[in-house]
Design a protein around this ligand. Structure first.
Ligand code: MEZ
Length: 532
């Protein structure tokens, strides 16, 4: 279905396919990777970052778009909120209805706590739903959590908080069991053995999947469990400001009905931020694979009450976002496509990298191929490289694409592209927030008591780059830990007088630092209004 302008390059890709399948591209050396990242990865573009002038990370640099919302005005004035007569009272307030929030809710419920989820969209409208390729766990005889740790620690540039990463990998096999018991249908062979594949940077095949809609399958199951337990879910209701008590401990949130804009107060003994990522902030103008509500809200809520951020300057650009057709620009092309054998090929039909380098390296390599080397394909809406999907059928046999990545096939078939027969065009897309709020192993923030965080809003689990499949894992492992910790902690908490004094303090800091801004935050939803 590709138009005439693609045909010359397509012919080169097809002609080189047999040779390219047999080719074993070299892995890059550590030095080659470092140089590549420094020159081409968006995280290294100094002029796209701004130093924070206020707050707990004052003096550190974060993406300009994030700095603007971290240092923006509150959506409310404290005096307009009646804190004396809360609309809701609960033990554990969970902000966010994705995989982390739902896992937390289930475990807090198990701990006997009264739990409530608030979500600005609906339960399941989350990046969890969008995750495709799988979830890592070292549960095969040739693997171990220690090996998983080494892969992830190296992939994250040795920057992960060791105690968090250790929890991640050690709890992974049990997380798979937990999900299976709840009803997640992982891919298995006829004898019941889990099917596992490689991801970028993995030394063992430990990616468990439900075809290429692993996140949707996990979210379906978690949502059913939350609803079956009758855990209250207040949907289309955003948390727009955290509430502290007079002792400086998290004690609830101001909520806003997304439709009527009515404000409400939820009082709680413990609060869990599980608000997910930031793709809809479109850092550096990148498209995104994220769901509509991914606007870094949790980072803003936490920062304003004084919670520290860790590695907020590092973002993940998934190497293979859709570059063509325009209707699905930026959507995720799962890494599993490369796990199954498809290679990245330039306009001349040449393989230019090993297909399973870590994500930051792969993204930078594609950017270099399209920019400095001038080997990108002009898509009419930017540049891209080919991902030679027909290789999968050649390597795995006819039917592999329909049995392993049917959602990929369907996504492109809608636009007349049959990925079994034709390659696809890809370019990096904003995918994941590596950094976030700094937590202890029990998921409580390092400096605000009774404020817990789980999922993509956490920083430090993966260091400065995350491996494929460790995010679906982290929402389960740390979602559960947050639920257990918050559920246990609330038994010892007596909430003091509620206050929103931090809003005025933050406002004073904005003024003192001479920050001239009209922005308010959290952002809640992206603004795609066309302007002149
Ligand atoms: O962990 C992820 O981000 C993931 C599984 C994405 C993918 O390529 O499918």
């Amino acid at each position: 279905m590709y138009s005439e302008k693609f045909q010359k390059s397509l012919a080169l890709v097809e002609a080189a396919r047999e040779k390219n399948i047999a080719l074993e591209p070299d892995r890059m050396t550590a030095k080659q990777k470092e140089d590549l990242l420094a020159a081409f990865h968006p995280d290294y573009k100094k002029d796209e970052f701004q130093e924070l002038k206020i707050g707990p990370n004052k003096g550190e640099k974060v993406p300009t778009e994030l700095a603007e919302i971290l240092q923006a005005h509150s959506r409310i004035s404290a005096s307009s909120i009646d804190l004396e007569n809360p609309d809701y009272e609960t033990d554990v307030l969970i902000i966010g209805g994705g995989g982390a929030g739902s896992s937390a809710a289930i475990e807090a419920d198990n701990a006997g706590a009264k739990v409530m989820i608030v979500t600005k969209l609906r339960i399941g409208d989350a990046n969890t739903m969008m995750a495709e390729g799988g979830i890592q766990a070292a549960d095969k005889p040739n693997d171990s959590p220690a090996t998983h740790f080494v892969d992830a620690f190296g992939g994250g540039h040795f920057a992960a908080k060791r105690e968090l990463l250790s929890q991640l990998v050690c709890n992974a096999p049990e997380a798979i069991q937990w999900l299976s018991n709840l009803g997640v249908e992982f891919d298995k062979t006829e004898d019941g053995t889990m099917v596992t594949t490689h991801g970028g940077g993995t030394s063992r095949k430990r990616m468990h999947a439900a075809k290429d809609y692993s996140g949707a399958e996990i979210m379906r199951t978690l949502r059913d469990e939350v609803l079956n337990r009758n855990i209250p879910v207040i949907d289309f209701t955003a948390a727009i400001e955290l509430i502290l008590d007079e002792n400086g401990r998290a004690a609830g949130a101001v909520l806003m009905n997304m439709e009527t804009k009515e404000l409400m107060v939820a009082k709680a003994k413990t609060v869990i931020i599980a608000t997910g990522g930031a793709g809809r902030m479109h850092y550096q103008g990148f498209p995104t694979s994220n769901h509509y509500g991914a606007t870094a809200d949790g980072l803003v809520l936490g920062y304003r009450v004084g919670a520290k951020l860790l590695y907020a300057e590092t973002l993940q650009y998934h190497p293979t976002g859709v570059a063509f057709p325009e209707q699905i620009f930026g959507a995720l092309v799962t890494e599993k496509v490369r796990s199954l054998g498809a290679k990245l090929v330039n306009v001349n039909g040449e393989v230019f990298m090993h297909p399973l380098e870590t994500r930051d390296v792969s993204a930078a390599s594609i950017i270099r191929e399209c920019s400095e080397r001038g080997n990108g394909v002009d898509t009419g809406n930017g540049l891209g490289v080919w991902l030679d999907t027909p290789m999968i059928e050649e390597i795995g046999g006819e039917g592999t694409i329909m049995s392993r990545i049917p959602a990929m096939w369907r996504m492109f078939a809608k636009y007349g592209i049959d990925i079994r027969k034709e390659p696809i065009l890809v370019y990096p897309t904003l995918h994941y927030q590596n950094g976030g709020l700094d937590i202890n192993p029990d998921c409580m923030t390092t400096n605000v008591e009774n404020l817990f965080v789980a999922g993509e809003a956490v920083g430090g689990i993966h260091g400065k780059n995350r491996l494929m499949g460790n995010s679906l894992l982290d929402i389960i492992v740390f979602g559960r830990i947050a639920g257990q910790s918050a559920g246990a902690k609330c038994k010892d908490v007596t909430v003091g007088k509620l206050t929103l004094d931090h809003i005025e303090k933050f406002e004073a800091e904005i003024g003192k630092a001479g920050i001239d801004t009209e922005k308010v935050s959290p952002v809640l939803l992206p603004d795609y209004t066309r302007r002149k």
